[in-house]
Design a protein around this ligand. Sequence first.
Ligand code: FAD
Length: 455
Amino acid sequence: ANLENGTFKKLDVVVVGGGLAGSLEALFLAKRGHRVRLYEYREDIRNTPQARGRSINLALSIRGRTALREVGLEDHMINNHGIPMKGRNIHRIDGSTYIIPYDSRTKQCIYSVGRNYLNGLLLQESEKYENVERFFNHKLIASNLREGFLSFQKTDTKEIVEVNADLIIGADGAFSAVRKEIMKQPLFDYNQKYIEHGYLELCIPPDSNGGFQMPPNYLHIWPRGEFMMIALPTRTGSWTVTLFMPFTHFKSLDNEDKLLKFFEKYFPDSIPLIGKQKLIADYFAGSASPLIAIKCRPYNVEDKALIIGDAAHAVVPFYGQGMNAGFEDCTILNQLFQKPHDDLAKILKEFSDTRWEDTFAISDLAMYNYIEMRDLVTRPSYLLRKAIDDVIFWLVPKVWIPLYNSVTFSTIPYTQCIKNRQWQDKVLNRSLLFLGAVTSAAGAFYVYKKIVGLS
Ligand code: FAD
């Protein structure tokens, strides 16, 4: 048992991966008084200000904020760093734009935050705790989870470092080495899916005065049916632009001429914003990256190991929930740790048993939202449904929370968000049927009166 006088004994925890989820989880564990050693493959992000190739800016919403609040960092991220985005700013092909607010009722926003900044801040905060040690340039290369044993290789000296822990937290991302070890366990379910679309990052620089070239308080979207481009504001006045499209499209744009023609056809208003030369340089400097979704379970190995964040549930990025869901893992785990009269094996099992359905749900929602962002947002039927949702939400906010709002601005479990939407669909369909029936009956009655009146 892990209980001493009703409270947890101090555990010796190793967190593998000092990315977003790992560095936050280290803080939660440190606050609970455990000894935490954080091992990260790459160098200390605080010494390498340049982006590491993956989305420079991310959308932070309420689930992530809730976790940051618990470790005292929410205010700083929202008030001193994040840029509020209060809706989608849709760019038509002719360059005209329109706005779809996220929440016209209470004006809630999502926040564009720098990945490196947030990661650095979480690591910096951990310096405040004497019970946290950080080891960079350490790659996990072997482990025996049941024994609590881990073997790291230093990336600079190639030296092998062997460590033991009471508890191992695998927060080592979508290609997790800890998860690979868990996969050897019987009854471990695993499913991975690469979608046929990839992404490539471009950049809209600031204007000559260092200001934004587009209205900054929106997530800008160029929806083009089969593909799309989005832009998130950064604190320097620039924009992180991400082009999502099928790999076949990326492949076909293999020279400057084809690239420019493609942009002139589909994203003409973005060319002067990015700049022709910069567009060419940035496009050909990189190659499109793949997008993977991973569903697996269970997340724990008895009382010895647990995976969280992308290691447990990588999702495609279209709901802006990957990091938020990883942060929510930390909140939920912390709540479970607070439960009295329980032991570690039970806590880890409860986390795994209760969390997987919600992470599977956000994975499905994220797949759906790609279609909404690149295609549906341009359709009148979508705009009508959004208007109806917004009116009913305004009238009965406790009963009718539109799907996007419940995912982004509430901590309602993701599975429940889907159930609510299914119920709303049913209500609207029945109301439409009822309206249709009433209109037909009224029409029939009117015709009948006419005929009777004539005879
Ligand atoms: P990671 O951030 O991948 O961190 C894992 C860490 O583990 C890394 O630092 C890595 O170096 C380390 N590591 C890996 N292997 C080892 C090893 N063997 N030994 C030691 N260390 C190791 N989410 C949102 O909420 N909002 C968004 O707007 C959003 N936009 C996105 C846009 C794109 C294009 C992409 C690709 C993702 C986006 N996400 C977004 C998702 C988000 O990036 C991830 O969910 C988040 O980074 C997961 O954090 P993590 O700590 O679990 O994993």
